[in-house]
Design a protein around this ligand. Structure first.
Ligand code: SF4
Length: 334
């Protein structure tokens, strides 16, 4: 007889509206234009999603320079891109579709508006993350200064009379960011804040649910990829709330089961780029080792939905020159 395990399943968890939209953009492009469809970087940070799209004819590339001329669509990922990327694509006459999450675009617009008003911009975010690269790349080099942690605030070169504003990455830890912002505001009271929080609803809601569940369990499994910022933050939240084991697992295969020996209560959540099928797979794997009693911890209900880009929705988005590329749906290859 397997030992009992109480599982607290967080809600909301998994896919957010931005990820659903980005995947829809790629699948709609495949239907409208046929394979291959090129996607710059992982469309979302999840191997399962990426592999499923590869099997349908999506080719993932690192830079637009890898996309051949000829009209096949090149899609930009949900994380957004620096301005130089669509500029390079336009110079090469590539047909591009932007799957940037509208909540990332909102941060881009904020940064641009601050810049127009002559403010120096501080971006709170993780160095090297694609979203950070994209946000910094909305403005000329030097216009945006990155701050990753509280200690960075003391090193900022600005003075008490500089016009300043901050924006943040959308997928940060709500608690860490609060501390960084408090340090920024203490040093620069004149600093302009975003009109609405930049950390997105999905990040905030998933962290809140993990926080609630983690108080009641010994261990936590977050389903998500190691390069997924919001999944990493969920694991950290569980650890901070006192879970003695807090794991990030891309799939059931990644779980070191020895760490869960003797555990009687376990929280489960999933990052915004992790499909529900992976949560189910992990619950199935748990069920082969434990007798499960699953309860749901609901801290918010989500109904956010982002429509596809209008032209894609209406099927009127055409490659440069106005012709559908060879291999498109109309030509019977799909
Ligand atoms: S995590 Fe937030 S910002 Fe990122 S894609 Fe999802 S909704 Fe958009």
């Amino acid at each position: 007889m397997n030992p009992p395990l109480r599982v607290l399943l967080c809600a909301p968890r998994g896919f957010c509206a931005g990820v659903v939209r980005a995947i829809d953009v790629v699948e709609t492009a495949l239907k409208l234009y046929g394979a291959p469809v090129y996607v710059r970087h992982e469309i979302v940070h999840n191997r399962h999603v990426v592999d499923a799209l590869k099997a349908k004819g999506v080719v993932f590339i690192r830079e637009v320079s890898e996309a051949p001329p000829g009209g096949a669509p090149v899609i930009f990922s949900a994380h957004g891109v620096a301005k130089s990327v669509p500029e390079e694509a336009a110079a090469r006459n590539l047909f591009t579709i932007d799957a940037t999450c509208p909540l990332v675009t909102k941060v881009h617009r904020e940064a641009q508006a601050h810049f127009k008003r002559g403010r120096k911009i501080v971006l709170v975010g993780h160095p090297g993350h694609p979203e950070v690269v994209g946000t910094m790349g909305q403005l000329p080099a030097g216009a945006v200064t990155l701050v990753a942690e509280v200690a960075d605030v003391a090193a900022l070169p600005f003075g008490a009379h500089d016009a300043l504003a901050y924006v943040t990455q959308t997928t940060l830890s709500v608690d860490d960011t609060r501390e960084i912002i408090a340090a920024l505001r203490a040093r620069y009271p004149q600093m302009t804040a975003p009109p609405v929080e930049d950390i997105c609803y999905a990040t905030t809601n998933r962290q809140e649910a993990v926080k609630r569940a983690a108080k009641e369990v010994e261990a936590f499994v977050v389903v998500g990829a190691a390069n997924s910022s919001n999944s990493q933050r969920l694991r950290e939240v569980a650890e901070r709330e006192g879970c003695r084991v807090a794991l990030l697992a891309a799939s059931a295969k990644d779980i070191d089961w020895r760490l869960l020996e003797g555990v009687k209560s376990l929280g489960v959540s999933a990052g915004a780029s992790a499909p529900e099928v992976l949560v189910e797979e992990i619950l199935d794997a748990l069920a082969t080792r434990f007798t499960l009693r699953v309860e749901t911890v609901t801290t918010a209900t989500e109904d956010m939905m982002f429509p596809l880009p209008k032209a894609l929705r209406e099927g009127t988005l055409l490659p440069a020159g106005g012709e559908k590329p060879p291999g498109g749906a109309d030509e019977g290859r799909r």
